[in-house]
Design a protein around this ligand. Structure first.
Ligand code: PMP
Length: 453
């Protein structure tokens, strides 16, 4: 029995399922979750002392790699001055200004005001309450396979851990609440238009992941997000773009800016307009650099609907926590153009190498990309079989049974992947040649394991 086995047995006595977040349990891949004791750069170390190249990156926050010395120093400095005051601090405004200045493209910023909260769940939960309060309407549109955290309104067909566990929705959500959320197929604008036609004057907002990355990666069609914005506004509703996962990862200013730049690169007469300005944007993960911090930002007239100025209530004992804010400021400041260039190159190399290894042993698959986020679907996604997945239904029909063998072979070779085929892979600035070399070396055996699964 390994130390990990012992720790898992012990954890299961006191903690439901032995984990404090379901995606950490190896439910779909089987085996014992690794209990981590430390992490540095591109590596994590478990309680047996085994070191792994990490492609989970804390599910996104560790963009600079783990325990970056300057982030740790900023956290230590802030901690030495007090852990939490329950009062305003100068750092909160500094972080707000930093985000506003950074999330700009073509001279436009969707972030006129921003409020700091502690988790992505709180950010999206508050965003939908704000949209409902601002519009005076109740109904929401979300897309199947999109995950926006675990608040009642947003758990239907929600991707991430629910996809992994095969749950359509969560028990415990009142039917009356669920009935106010319309779940539509992703990348289907006709379905969106039809929903507005069926529920005139009742839809408060559309919420969408800037690029879906919680059912594996499924990018929006070119112009999809811009069309959502146009349709929402035509009907007096708001567009909430969830950048908890994509924000500050795929581009210094998020997926929204990546799309705007693609539009510019394609020329102003591009057939499909990709430019839009979201009404509310949510952030998490990287904005806190590994500490509990998230945010929602957007149009000043909408954001001012929040208390104390407006009637929509939201609050938090630990909101804008000074230690978390220090980690966020340090992380965003260090995440410069060279970091994004490295993430892009590394994502390109790794996704192509995995694809080549799978092709070499005849495993049908498709590479899914949204900027430097990537994942793989197993199965025939050739053009004659319908092409690359564009929706939750498309990814659900994959040969998911191949992933556990692939995952465990990589783990045995010292590479830690997300323990579910329905999750993106996360690279960091610390994935240097040595770390990448270790991943590449592990691929042929993992591909053979997938082939014989
Ligand atoms: N939105 C998206 C797009 C996410 O990926 C996540 C978490 N993976 C959340 C919201 C919820 O964030 P948190 O886990 O911090 O509550």
């Amino acid at each position: 029995m390994t130390r990990n086995d012992e720790l898992f047995d012990r954890a299961r006595i006191s903690i439901p399922g032995g984990v404090n977040s379901p995606v950490r349990a190896y439910r779909s891949v089987g085996g014992t979750p690794r209990f981590l004791t430390s992490a540095k750069g591109a590596y994590v170390t478990d309680s047996d002392g085994t070191q792994y190249v990490d492609l989970v990156s804390s599910w996104g926050p560790a963009i600079l790699g783990h325990a970056h010395p300057e982030v740790v120093a900023a956290v230590q400095d802030a901690a030495s001055r007090g852990l939490s005051f329950g009062a305003s601090t100068p750092g909160e405004t500094e972080l707000a200004e930093l985000v506003r200045a950074r999330v700009t493209s073509g001279g436009v910023s969707p972030i006129e005001k921003i409020r700091l909260v502690s988790t992505g769940t709180e950010a999206t939960m508050t965003a939908i309450r704000l949209a409902r309060g601002f519009t005076g309407r109740d109904v929401l549109i979300k897309f199947a396979g999109h995950y926006h955290g675990h608040s009642d309104s947003l758990l239907a067909e929600a991707g991430s851990g629910l996809a992994t566990l095969g749950l359509p929705a969560s028990a415990g959500v009142p039917a009356a609440t669920a009935a106010l959320t319309l779940v539509l197929p992703y990348n289907d604008l006709d379905a969106v238009r039809e929903a507005f036609a069926l529920h005139p004057g009742r839809i408060a907002a559309i919420i969408t992941e800037a690029a879906a990355a919680n059912m594996g990666v499924v990018a929006p069609d070119a112009g999809f997000n811009a069309a959502l914005s146009a349709i929402a506004h035509e009907h007096g509703a708001l567009l909430i773009v969830d950048e908890v996962l994509t924000g500050f990862r795929v581009h210094p200013a998020g997926y929204w800016a990546l799309e705007s730049e693609a539009q510019v690169a394609a020329g102003s007469d591009a057939a499909v307009s990709q430019s839009y300005v979201p009404d509310i944007v949510t952030y998490g993960k990287i904005i806190g650099g590994g500490m509990p911090l998230a945010a929602l930002g957007g149009r000043a007239d909408v954001m001012d609907f929040l208390a104390p100025l407006g009637p929509v209530y939201q609050a938090g004992t630990l909101s804008g926590n000074p230690v978390a804010v220090a980690a966020g400021i340090a992380t965003l400041t260090l995440a410069d153009a060279s970091v994004y260039a490295h993430l892009d190159t590394t994502a390109e190399l790794l996704s192509a190498s995995v694809s080549e290894a799978l092709a070499d042993v005849g495993v049908a698959h498709a590479v899914q990309r949204a900027g430097n986020l990537f994942s793989f679907v197993f199965g025939d996604y050739s053009p004659s079989a319908g092409g690359a997945p564009r929706s939750y239904a498309d990814v659900q029909r994959q040969d998911a049974f191949r992933y556990p063998a692939f995952f465990h072979s990589m783990l045995d070779s010292g590479v830690s992947l997300p323990p579910s085929v329905f999750e993106a892979w996360f690279v960091s600035a610390a994935h240097d040649d040595e770390a990448i070399g270790r991943i590449l070396a592990a691929l042929p055996a993992a591909a053979r394991a997938a082939a014989s699964a």
